[in-house]
Write a protein that binds this ligand. Structure first.
Ligand code: LLP
Length: 423
């Protein structure tokens, strides 16, 4: 459930007409619903608690939506942050999320980033490889600290909405094997600068089927039990993110309640464990839309209709990158007969096509459309390609809204560049 709905023929975000935001801020613009973020976080967390998983650390995957106001909205509810760079840790801290609720993951953490994370007092650093483990131990020793580490294992399970976002197969670059995890855990337990807390996995994103999750989680439980049988202390089990959302073209994915109940069943009787989760999309995707205006409708002599909008692949890259589907809704609803058109942006690439042959009511210059389910992996993946200023973001709360990232001016866009010394 989300808070984008038609009221009296006008698409609203909560109690705010989207047309009001477009008039005040211009388009393209991302619009997020505070109430939807809260609802998704609360539903996810409560489902886990109901399933008997104690008080989990729900660390929102910052990569899905890293706006500081969005992070603050979630952080104020008690959410943690799953981060993959110093920049993301800084964003989480700037949003008031304390180090003890921050998870630091990622396959290529630099020495500087590890030091920054340790000094910020993060809750766990998810170790992805043996060389990384050595580097973490070294940095912790130099700083005179003990690094809280969790081994990310690769459960060799195939899952995810698209090959580019599946992470849990042995051939992917993520995590260590179960055998390595056992050996490295034992080594780390003997190092005074390392504090091995537990194990983690993350098998992919936009997963709409419970089977791969269950297979991976059973293997994780087995790993915890075998590590304990060898005398090691395991107190943290991080089950990653990955739960899919409906993009309106596919069967509904499992609900957080079904997902949590399955985990409750798989983990029944496993004591003295704090569970951690790293959900991104399931919290943020349906809490945001990309609002755009029609520039013109170009009807070709042979009949193909191109609806050219002022948002482009640089603002929302998912359709170009993953062939992903986003529902497109006119902001002013009409009962006119829909017609098939291709929705495209102004960028000079054929790939700048959001969809082909989509049935939409007749639309013309100045009409507003909303790309739905764009709150995750939308603004964060935007660029200035074609020298288009970065798309702004707005957060709605009831009938008020606030610009939480403003549109840069052209001067700001050019400010970091300079002629070469010899020019
Ligand atoms: N934890 C780790 C270690 C991850 O790599 C990811 C996502 C997450 C958590 C969050 O997964 P989620 O709950 O959002 O599925 N740009 C792509 C998605 C890439 C996901 C990468 N990792 C897209 O637009 O579909």
């Amino acid at each position: 459930m989300n808070h984008f709905e038609d009221r009296g023929g006008a698409l609203h975000c909560e109690d705010t007409p989207l047309a009001r935001i477009a008039a005040a801020v211009g388009t393209p613009v991302y619009v997020y619903s505070r109430a939807t973020l809260e609802r998704h976080y609360t539903v996810f967390r409560e489902a886990l608690i109901m399933a008997g998983l104690g008080e989990p650390l729900v660390a929102f995957a910052v990569k899905a939506n890293s706006n500081v106001a969005v992070l603050r909205t979630l952080g104020d509810l008690g959410a943690g942050a799953d981060t993959v760079s110093e920049g993301e840790i800084r964003r989480a801290l700037a949003a008031g999320i304390p180090g003890e609720r921050i998870v630091f993951s990622g396959v290529g953490k630099t020495r500087r980033e590890i030091a920054f994370a340790l000094e910020a007092g993060v809750s766990e650093i998810n170790v992805e490889s043996e060389p990384e483990l050595k580097l973490i131990a070294q940095v912790a020793e130099e700083l005179g600290l003990r690094a809280p580490i969790v081994f990310r294992v690769n459960p060799d399970v195939s899952a995810g909405g698209h090959a580019k976002i599946a992470t849990g197969k042995a051939e992917n670059k993520f995590g260590v094997s179960f055998e390595e995890a056992t050996r490295l855990y034992a080594n780390a337990s003997n190092n005074p600068h390392l504090n091995p807390l537990g194990v983690a996995c993350h098998i992919g994103s936009q997963i709409t089927d419970m089977v791969p999750f269950e297979a991976a989680f059973r293997r994780m439980r087995g790993l915890v039990e075998s590590l304990r049988a060898e005398g090691m202390t395991v107190e943290r089990l991080d089950l990653g993110g990955g739960l899919g959302v409906p993009y309106f073209d596919a069967p509904d994915p499992p609900s957080p309640a079904e997902y949590a109940a399955m985990i409750g069943k798989v983990m029944a009787g496993l004591d003295h464990i704090r569970f951690a989760f790293e959900p991104g999309r399931v919290i943020a995707a349906n809490a945001g839309v990309l609002l755009a205006s029609v520039i013109h409708l170009n009807t070709r002599p042979e009949g193909r209709r191109f609806l050219v909008v002022d948002a482009a692949m640089n603002d929302l890259i998912r359709p170009a990158m993953y062939e992903s589907f986003h529902d497109i809704r006119p902001v002013a609803t009409t009962s006119e007969t829909p017609v098939a058109c291709d929705v495209v942006g102004p960028v000079c690439e054929t790939g700048d096509t959001f969809t082909r042959d989509r049935l939409l009511p007749p639309l013309g210059p100045g009409d507003l459309v909303a790309f739905m389910t764009a709150g995750a992996y939308g603004a964060v993946m935007a660029s200035e390609y074609n020298s288009r200023p970065l798309v702004p973001e707005v957060l709605v709360d009831g009938d008020r809204f606030s610009v939480i990232r403003r549109r840069p001016t052209y001067d700001e866009m050019l400010a970091a560049e300079a002629p070469a010394d010899w020019q």
